[in-house]
Design a protein around this ligand. Structure first.
Ligand code: UN1
Length: 497
């Protein structure tokens, strides 16, 4: 039964000024899960203005009290976790266990960011002159536009919104059009937790209309975006023209390296989970395996039957291993890449086609696919964001590291080895933002910095001890209590002794 949701602007649940709606679809069944108001540029403007006014007061609420809202939202999400997880699976397709994980990540981030309400440490240092004091404190940036993807409908918005809110910013949130229902639920929880009117606003609609309206709006100070590198480039260009702060979390082409001394059974588990979990739709997903030539055959002999045994289906069924892709256009992109791979001469080992049998024909299912490729083929270089894995053979660790680093992205990488020397060499030389040893490429925890090198972003890290860096500016304060004019760099207190 589809529900009709609303936008939240200035503490009021409202329809779009256009009166138009669009549908959010269950990718496993094609059913409509929500009717969603399609926002206009005017709605975006109203959201930003509401945030602008609300932020003036919110920034003066002491941070420990701002944090109380986040502690409450964490508890609300805990109470609603099972109900929301089911909705998340219905709206986005990921299997129910992973939907619970998505919500758990949002809960963890809410608690973690709330803790900052009693830290948010600044610093102080000696000063050059007597009777003078200096300190540096964090200030909120102001109005934050939060633009998020569909693959983590509650976790990723939480990484962005919770730190922004505890730091005293106000938010205008534009979620992906594939997952507005869960975005609405997250904002509803924030509203129920006592976020004052205007501090959190949500609007739904396309990037080209509502997204651009936020990027161009003079009252938006920071744009924080997670999505594809192509859209990220557009965000950076437009926001850059307006000299806005921009934080970008973009694509990945993450690899698992398997050395000849690796525990192969463990490596196979890591590859299956990282490549086909979330149907490959994570920026941290493993889309390349770099395997030592001595163990390639043994590895593939173990991997391929396991890939073929993965059960596709509706994520609400606890026996399902792999859910659908999120929409028809992702399905098309994945299939196009598979055709590119075949044309390039990659060797198809399994999969390589949409699934159109029985019940599954109603959804956007694609057979888990494994290719053998060379490192330079397009399918081994470009982000596909689906269940497609390239297996690349190398002769030693040096070559593996070169292949791992030889892509335009740099989010996550992994090495399976029992040799401590190889593990440390890999930790030093893999040039990604996240490195795993004897674990797959997914599974980042919210209290460690998250982000990547090269085209994966623009140098920022979310979460971790870095969580306030994106959403605050440093303000340096000098207090002179000498009662006279003191000249920095000129007066020398020693000479007057
Ligand atoms: C993403 O893929 O966009 O490490 C985020 C992970 C999750 C977060 C992924 N905790 O895979």
């Amino acid at each position: 039964m589809a529900e009709t949701i609303k936008m939240l602007i200035n503490g009021e649940w409202v329809e779009s000024s256009s009166g138009e709606y669009f549908d959010s679809i269950n990718p496993a069944t094609g059913e409509v899960v929500a009717r969603v108001p399609r926002a206009t540029r005017e709605d975006a403007d109203r959201g930003v203005r509401a945030a602008y006014e609300a932020q003036k007061k919110w920034r003066r609420v002491p941070a420990p009290h701002r944090a109380e809202v986040l502690f409450r939202v964490a508890r609300i999400l805990e109470q609603r976790k099972e109900e929301l997880a089911r909705k998340l699976t219905q709206e986005m397709g990921k299997v129910i266990a992973e939907a619970r994980g998505d919500l758990q990540e949002a809960i963890d981030m809410s608690y973690f960011a709330a803790g900052e309400g009693r830290r948010m440490h600044g610093m102080t240092a000696p000063v050059e002159m007597p009777n003078k004091f200096t300190m540096s404190v964090r200030d909120p940036v102001g109005v934050v536009a939060v633009i998020t993807p569909w693959n983590f409908p509650t976790a990723i918005p939480s990484w962005k919104m919770m730190p922004a809110l505890v730091a005293g910013n106000a938010v205008v949130f534009k979620p992906a059009s594939d997952t507005p229902l869960l975005a609405y639920e997250l904002v509803r929880a924030l509203n129920d937790a006592g976020a004052p009117p205007g501090v959190v606003n949500i609007i739904y609609g396309s990037g080209s209309v509502v997204g651009d309206a936020l990027l161009e709006h003079p009252l938006v100070n920071l744009v924080t975006f997670t999505g594809s590198s192509d859209v990220g480039r557009h965000v950076a260009e437009v926001a850059g023209r307006h000299l806005k702060r921009v934080s970008l979390e973009l694509g990945g082409k993450n690899a698992i390296t398997i050395m000849d001394d690796a525990d192969l059974d463990l490596a196979v588990e890591g590859v299956l989970w990282s490549a086909f979990g979330t149907t490959g739709q994570r920026c941290t997903a493993c889309s390349r395996v770099i395997v030592h030539e001595k163990v390639k055959k043994a590895f593939l002999d173990r991997l391929i039957p396991r890939v073929e045994a993965l059960r596709l289906g509706n994520g609400l069924d606890p026996n399902t291993d792999v859910g659908p892709l999120v929409n028809a256009s992702q399905l098309k992109t994945v299939d196009e890449y598979v055709q590119i791979g075949i044309k390039e001469g990659a060797k198809l080992l399994t999969g390589g086609h949409p699934v159109t049998d029985g019940e599954l024909a109603r959804g956007f299912f694609y057979a888990p696919t494994v290719f053998e490729t060379t490192p330079d083929m397009r399918i081994a270089q470009e982000e596909i964001f689906g269940p497609v894995l390239s297996v690349i053979t190398v002769k030693d660790l040096d070559e593996a590291i070169e292949v791992n680093n030889g892509v335009a992205y740099g989010l996550s990488s992994s090495i399976y080895t029992q040799d401590i020397n190889k593990a440390f060499k890999a930790m030093r030389d893999l040039t990604t933002g996240i490195v795993y040893v004897n674990a797959g490429t997914i599974g980042a925890e919210i209290h460690m910095p998250f982000g990547g090198t090269r085209n994966t972003g623009n140098g920022h890290r979310e979460a971790g001890h870095t969580l306030l860096d994106n959403v605050t500016e440093w303000k340096t304060i000098y207090v002179d209590f000498s009662g006279r004019l003191q000249k920095a760099q000129i007066d020398n207190p020693v000479s007057t002794l």
